[in-house]
Write a protein that binds this ligand. Structure first.
Ligand SMILES: [Zn+2]
Length: 308
């Protein structure tokens, strides 16, 4: 058994590796216990892991219990983990996040969390996705927003690898609404913020820059309502980008997206110090009320609402 570290979160993660061979267990433990670890392994780190587990699909499956340790499921107690191999060769982790005293529509599914983790780290494509439970219909629809989704390989527990197309045949997708953009591959939105909506808000603020950048990178080809959130804690800034879906309801709000990043960085919601939501003043779809409601459940920090 690996030496425990008296940090409940890290101890849980180290324990989640105990089914692996000792060499692989050790090398992963060294990586995840570093303060710089942000729920993904760089291509260089993946190469190192492959020297102890040369089968990439087995490696992805091996990491699913680690991904599950990020689950925050106080309502269901059903802990879902998801592990994605991006085209860069990096491996990303994600898990489900539930918010107590909120509507279930605010729930983040593990597949949404891992795709957000991949996207916010600048990736453009996922090649393989391992999950601890079969993806629900909501997630299948969310995944279908990705470029080349139909070729994505899905690794389910105790099953051989299958293509995503066999999980979602006869699918409804962006093409059905005449949209050629895809999540993670869309162009930057043309957003010009002139600080004219709230003149007392400080300019040259890193948090404002993050919210602006997240808005520019957000994906809203259906409503054309770009939006972004940036959250500041004592330890850093976590931004979130709106991810719209052709079937509307599986869309992920920028607040959910930012909270995924904060959570995967092992930050507590109580550590939130400032939050900015940015969107267009005449957006057809607004994130304001849903964001205020979710944030109010997590912290007393008010939402700073900026429009462009
Ligand atoms: Zn799901």
């Amino acid at each position: 058994m690996h030496l425990l570290l008296n940090d409940p979160k890290l101890d849980k993660q180290v324990i989640s590796l105990q089914h692996l061979n000792p060499a692989l267990q050790n090398v992963i433990s060294c990586m995840i216990t570093k303060a710089t670890f942000k729920a993904f392994f760089t291509p260089q780190q993946v190469d190192k892991l492959l020297s102890h587990q040369p089968d990439i699909e087995l490696l992805l499956r091996d990491l699913v219990p680690l991904a599950q340790t990020y689950s925050h499921a106080p309502i269901s107690n059903f802990h879902v983990g998801s592990v994605a191999l991006a085209s860069s060769g990096a491996i990303y982790l994600g898990a489900n996040i539930e918010f107590e005293r909120q509507s279930l529509s605010q729930t983040v599914h593990a597949e949404q969390a891992v795709i957000t983790n991949v996207w916010l780290n600048g990736e453009t494509q996922i090649e393989k996705l391992a999950v601890s439970a079969t993806p629900c219909g909501h997630c299948r629809q969310f995944i279908n927003e990705l470029a080349q989704a139909q070729q994505l390989q899905i690794l389910l527990p105790l099953q051989p690898s299958i293509s995503f197309s066999s999980l979602l045949p006869l699918s409804f997708g962006p093409d059905d609404l005449g949209v050629s953009d895809r999540l993670m591959q869309s162009q930057r939105n043309n957003v010009n913020y002139y600080d004219n909506s709230n003149n007392d808000y400080p300019t040259n603020d890193p948090l404002l820059d993050s919210a602006l950048n997240a808005t520019k990178n957000s994906f809203s080809p259906y409503s054309k309502s770009p939006s972004g959130v940036a959250i500041e804690t004592d330890n850093g800034i976590y931004s979130g980008q709106y991810a719209e879906n052709c079937a509307y309801n599986p869309s992920l709000s920028p607040m959910q997206s930012a909270l995924i990043c904060l959570h995967l960085a092992k930050q507590e919601f109580s550590a939130i110090r400032r939050v900015i939501l940015m969107e267009s003043s005449n957006a057809q779809v607004s994130q304001k009320s849903a964001s205020q409601q979710l944030l109010a459940q997590l912290t007393d920090v008010p939402l700073t609402y900026l429009t462009y």
